[in-house]
Design a binder for this molecule. Structure first.
Ligand code: GLP
Length: 258
């Protein structure tokens, strides 16, 4: 795990967006795994800005979304599919055929999980997966207690996750209590991973992920076993890391080799 400490949230966000942008610029046929959530919103704005300043080819890449709420169709304003379409795909000119989304309203959710795993395999696997982290250490919607060898499946969300994400649901709009997520093993199969974590609220989860034991109670700790993960942090998210001085000294030089 390559840990990169940045002086500000803006710098961490810009760096993460640049890693994605550079990958697409260098390998137009890349298969991306894309995350949603509050942390990703400014990252995608940055990505769109980078593209507008110096356009690159998005027409041949393919991408897979990380997770989705059960029951929400892709055109539901609170769905992750809707978020991606409006904030990422439309501004970058990514077409529907390129962008694989989990159908939260699939009539047979189990079959939807199988379909998604098959689609990832048919695409040759995910080259670069972007991740955030939940305050409880979840990645995607793999909640504490998830099997480290899990694959795409339906999960019941923990009360703390529901509380953390309630802010995205306006009053009167029902928040689903379950979701479909890429499994932990599915994430570990991705060739490269970039995680962005911002803010004090993520500090405990980040420390457990990077320096705690490998444990189902902190699903993100599974990334310790991944050979090519870069974790980009601002100072607040890094504050509980015991080895932060060492990560800081290693600095961006490590990043170039990531
Ligand atoms: C959400 C999403 C995750 C995301 C995480 C952090 O529940 N399922 O994919 O990484 O929680 O979200 P945020 O960036 O809003 O804190």
């Amino acid at each position: 795990m390559n840990i990169v400490l940045c002086d500000s949230a803006a710098q961490a966000t810009r760096l993460s967006a640049t890693l994605i942008y550079r990958e697409v610029a260098a390998r137009p046929l890349v298969v991306l795994g894309l995350a949603t959530g509050g942390t990703m919103d400014p990252l995608y704005q940055e990505l769109v800005s980078l593209h507008r300043a110096c356009p690159i080819r998005w027409s041949d890449m393919r991408c897979f979304n990380l997770d989705e709420y059960v029951g929400l169709a892709v055109d539901h304003p609170m769905s992750y599919g809707y978020f991606m379409r409006h904030k990422v795909f439309d501004p970058l000119g990514v077409r529907e055929v390129q962008a694989h989304l989990l159908r939260g309203d699939a009539p047979d959710p189990q079959e939807e999980c199988r379909r998604y795993e098959d689609a990832i395999a048919a695409a040759g696997g995910i080259d670069l997966q972007l991740l955030g982290i939940g305050e409880n250490g979840h990645i995607g919607f793999n909640e504490p207690g998830s099997s480290l060898d899990s694959r795409t499946r339906i999960v019941h969300l923990n009360p703390d996750t529901l509380t953390a994400n309630r802010r995205f649901f306006p009053p009167g709009v029902c928040q689903p209590e379950s979701a479909i997520t890429l499994g932990i093993q599915t994430i570990l199969d991705c060739r490269q991973i970039v995680m962005l974590a911002i803010g004090e609220k993520k500090a405990s989860a980040v420390a457990a992920m990077a320096e705690g034991p490998l444990s189902a109670m902190c699903p993100a700790s599974a990334l310790q076993m991944h050979p090519a993960t870069t974790v980009v942090l601002d100072t607040s998210a890094a504050q509980r890391l015991r080895l932060k001085d060492r990560y800081r000294r290693a600095g961006p030089a490590d990043l170039h080799s990531a």
